[in-house]
Design a protein around this ligand. Structure first.
Ligand code: NAD
Length: 496
């Protein structure tokens, strides 16, 4: 039976919210004693005081993580044993699904039904998938002359720090810590200052599952303090990041200024979703286009924020799109019927409303949504917006808004569509809708994007590598390719 909003409210009353850092198997305040307030965008309620960690805490956590790594207590455990413990961790996350879903929703505003059905199960699944893989991956024996033995082996990189964003707090974190832990590394997680609660909570679950002290640590706080300290740290081997392109570039500089740590970057996007006149089902394409911009309040790196529609079906397609958007109305995030929750904070809401104004000022036509909603709740809600008459040169087609604002661009030929689709600094994802098999493949090949979806938007599962071309980043989360980020390749050459 689905919980009602008042069930969730009651559940909240019984929660004790933990806001401290987690180092060496225990919760602890920031060494400075500093905290900051965690306020819910759902309705403005106070949630918790969060430890504001900084360089001193980074030094402590890295030392602990290094010690745990060198001891071999986790790194040298048999892969099958790490698997067993990580699967228990995934089970504990599912056993606490309701609590974690509630924390995720109150912290960053997403609808409770999404937290329950997507975020928490997906995080558990990422852990389970990587755990199950780790005792099935073999190293290599090279093709050598008769008197030589060449071994090509993978070893855990050491101390991994991950800096993650607020839009899918637990999923983004799990895409990093699941392969990193499965491979035997020690891990330090820095959640976004806007959504630290689930990261802090699962630290205890990791310990309960049997992950040894010091192997999984959580340092909440701000980017310019604890994030920067981890990125500049001389004893962090790998820095895994998901967030904006601007900060991703900064992290490359920090790595160069410190110990040349490996830096893996999952950054922003401005993804094209291209609907040809011969799409197999225009209504399905319209529904997917609406979902691609409204799901998770448009706070999705792969949001299909540039919708390219072939001119000959434009007049037919637009009413279908506007109708499909009706399913995406802001509602209180704890209401189980809600499809569009709250935007993460005032800054982000102001940003979205500013872009809507810029779209109007530059001559695009707002044909649906775009107003603030539900102000009486004290929460931060905005109606998903559609702009027609957008050109790819306009600001709303070039910059990542990270909110529910769709730019509709019309094209005449496949060549023109491809040129517009690729005319972006980003290259994270793209969609293409056509019944023509040859056109689908040719167009998909031409797209400069890490993920391409044909006759759907946002397909794939843990088996699909995920990441970007161009300024959308480097390296890949998910799939076995993710292990490349958290392991070093060693060639051992033995004279026989
Ligand atoms: P952000 O770049 O502002 O922050 C991301 C993280 O970096 C946060 O934890 C923040 O505290 C930290 N940070 C900020 N400044 C830092 C600094 N100087 N040094 C070290 N760390 C610092 O991004 P955001 O607003 O949290 O998230 C939105 C962005 O994330 C969007 O651009 C979105 O596209 C991107 N994103 C990408 C993917 C992907 O897989 N490619 C997935 C989700 C989100």
């Amino acid at each position: 039976m689905t919980n009602t909003r008042s069930d969730w409210e009651q559940r909240f009353q019984s929660l004790t919210l933990e806001g401290r850092a987690f180092i060496d198997g225990q919760y602890c305040p920031a060494l400075s004693g500093d905290t900051f307030e965690c306020i819910s965008p759902v309705d403005g309620r106070f949630l918790a005081n969060i430890a504001s960690t900084d360089e001193a805490d980074a030094n402590a956590a890295v030392a602990v993580a290094r010690r745990a790594f060198e001891s071999g207590i986790w790194a040298r455990l048999a892969p099958a044993e790490r698997k067993r413990i990580l699967i228990r961790f995934a089970d504990l996350i599912l056993a606490n699904q309701e609590e974690l879903a509630l924390l995720e929703t109150l912290d960053m505003g997403k609808p409770i039904s999404d937290s329950m059905s997507i975020d928490i199960p997906a995080a558990a699944n990422a852990i389970r998938w990587n755990a199950e893989a780790i005792d099935k991956i073999y190293d290599e024996v090279a093709a050598t002359p008769h008197d030589q033995l060449g071994l090509v082996t993978r070893e855990p990189a050491g101390v991994v720090a991950a800096i993650v964003p607020w839009n899918f707090p637990l999923i983004m974190a799990s895409w990093k810590f699941a392969p990193a832990l499965a491979a035997g590394n020690s891990f330090i997680l820095k959640p976004s200052e806007k959504s630290p609660l689930t990261a802090i909570r699962i630290a205890q679950l990791a310990l309960d599952a049997g992950i040894p002290k010091g192997v999984f640590n959580v340092l909440p706080g701000f980017g310019h303090t604890i994030g920067k300290a981890l990125a500049l740290h001389m004893d962090v081997d790998v820095l895994a990041f998901t967030g904006s392109t601007a900060i991703a570039k900064q992290l490359m500089i920090y790595a160069g200024q410190s110990n040349m740590k490996r830096v893996w970057l999952e950054a922003g996007g401005k993804s094209p979703n291209v609907v040809f006149a011969d799409a197999p089902d225009l209504r399905a394409a319209a529904r997917a286009a609406a979902s691609a911009i409204a799901f998770n309040q448009g706070e999705v790196c792969t949001a299909g924020s540039r919708l390219l529609v072939e001119r000959s079906i434009r007049e037919q397609f637009i009413p279908l799109l506007v109708e499909a958007l009706q399913a995406w109305k802001p509602g209180h995030a704890l209401d189980p019927e809600t499809t569009v929750g709250a935007v993460v904070d005032q800054h982000q809401l102001d940003n979205v409303l500013r872009y809507i104004q810029v779209g109007k000022d530059q001559g695009a036509q707002l044909i649906a949504g775009g107003s603030r909603a539900l102000e009486d709740t004290g929460g931060l809600y905005v109606e998903p917006a559609i702009f027609d008459g957008v050109t790819n040169a306009m600001t709303i087609a070039r910059e990542e808004i990270f909110g529910p604002v769709l730019s509709l661009i019309t094209f005449d030929t496949a060549e023109e569509a491809l040129q517009i689709a690729n005319d972006s600094i980003f290259g994270l994802a793209a969609g293409v809708w056509t019944s023509n098999l040859s056109k689908a493949h040719t167009f998909a090949r031409g797209l400069r994007a890490g993920s391409v979806w044909v006759n759907q938007y946002d397909g794939g599962d843990m088996t699909a590598p995920f990441g970007g071309f161009k300024q959308s980043g480097n390296g890949r989360d998910k799939s076995l390719h993710a292990f490349d980020k958290y392991t070093e390749l060693k060639a051992t050459w033995i004279k026989l």
